[in-house]
Write a protein that binds this ligand. Structure first.
Ligand SMILES: C[S@@+](CC[C@H](N)C(=O)[O-])C[C@H]1O[C@@H](n2cnc3c(N)ncnc32)[C@H](O)[C@@H]1O
Length: 207
């Protein structure tokens, strides 16, 4: 084990067996879920986003269209190579190898969007605590955290997706503004508070 979760070797072996281990490029399930994820983002544009666990960059490509800057990282070198190749023509996207939460962007880096998509259940208790603490530290006031996780039990996962979302919902400093629930996955949007959370309509002066 790495200090905080499933070791890099586990993912390296998955990527050695298949370039796209979860079939993000071909499964309608994944394409639809990625579309829902970006559709739920409350702001039209983000200044600076962080996406840990980017895999082959399919969600990264969608996020790139909404962000002025995007840092995408993955524990697996093969995933970093794939994402770099996919986003090669997007100069505002940086792709790095990084094992979160033990490794993290520069201490002074501040994001207005952090995306935790299918990542939290790989972390043990200490790892998830550190991930959430670092995410809260890195999020600007009013910034968005979007979390998406598979719900059914998986033997290799340290916890279930529901557990990850329960823990996020209980955190001081986050207010949930959207909750999407299906049999397969949960999708939650949180804002970093204070300041008090505003709805999308409020932000546009509709109410
Ligand atoms: C199931 S994929 C999710 C990909 C993408 N976030 C999405 O939802 O489409 C999980 C990815 O997280 C990466 N990963 C797992 N643990 C990690 C960690 N501690 N730090 C960074 N990346 C990690 C894996 O290598 C894999 O590429």
């Amino acid at each position: 084990m790495t200090p905080s979760g499933t070791p890099a070797q586990y993912f390296d072996e998955m990527y050695a067996r298949a370039e796209d281990p979860w079939s993000f490029e071909t499964r309608w399930y994944e394409r639809r879920k990625h579309a829902l994820t970006v559709a739920c983002l409350p702001r039209r544009r983000y200044r600076s986003a962080f996406e840990p666990g980017c895999s082959t960059g399919m969600l990264t490509s969608r996020l790139a269209q909404r962000c002025d800057r995007l840092l995408a990282v993955d524990i697996a070198a093969a995933a970093v190579t794939s994402t770099r190749r996919r986003l090669a023509d997007q100069a505002h996207v940086q792709v790095e190898r990084m094992a979160v939460p033990d490794e993290w962007p520069a201490a002074d880096a501040r994001f207005d969007l952090v995306v935790l998509s299918e990542l939290g259940y790989y972390l043990d208790d200490a790892g998830l605590d550190l991930l959430t603490a670092r995410t809260l530290d890195s999020l600007e006031p009013g910034g968005t955290l979007v979390a998406v996780h598979w719900r059914p039990a998986v033997a290799e996962h340290a916890r279930g997706g529901d557990d990850v979302h329960r823990l996020l919902a209980d955190l001081d400093g986050l207010e949930r503004t959207a909750h999407h629930e299906e049999a397969d996955f949960l999708l939650d949007v949180f804002l970093r508070v204070p300041p008090a959370a505003t709805s999308v309509a409020q932000a546009e002066g509709l109410r």
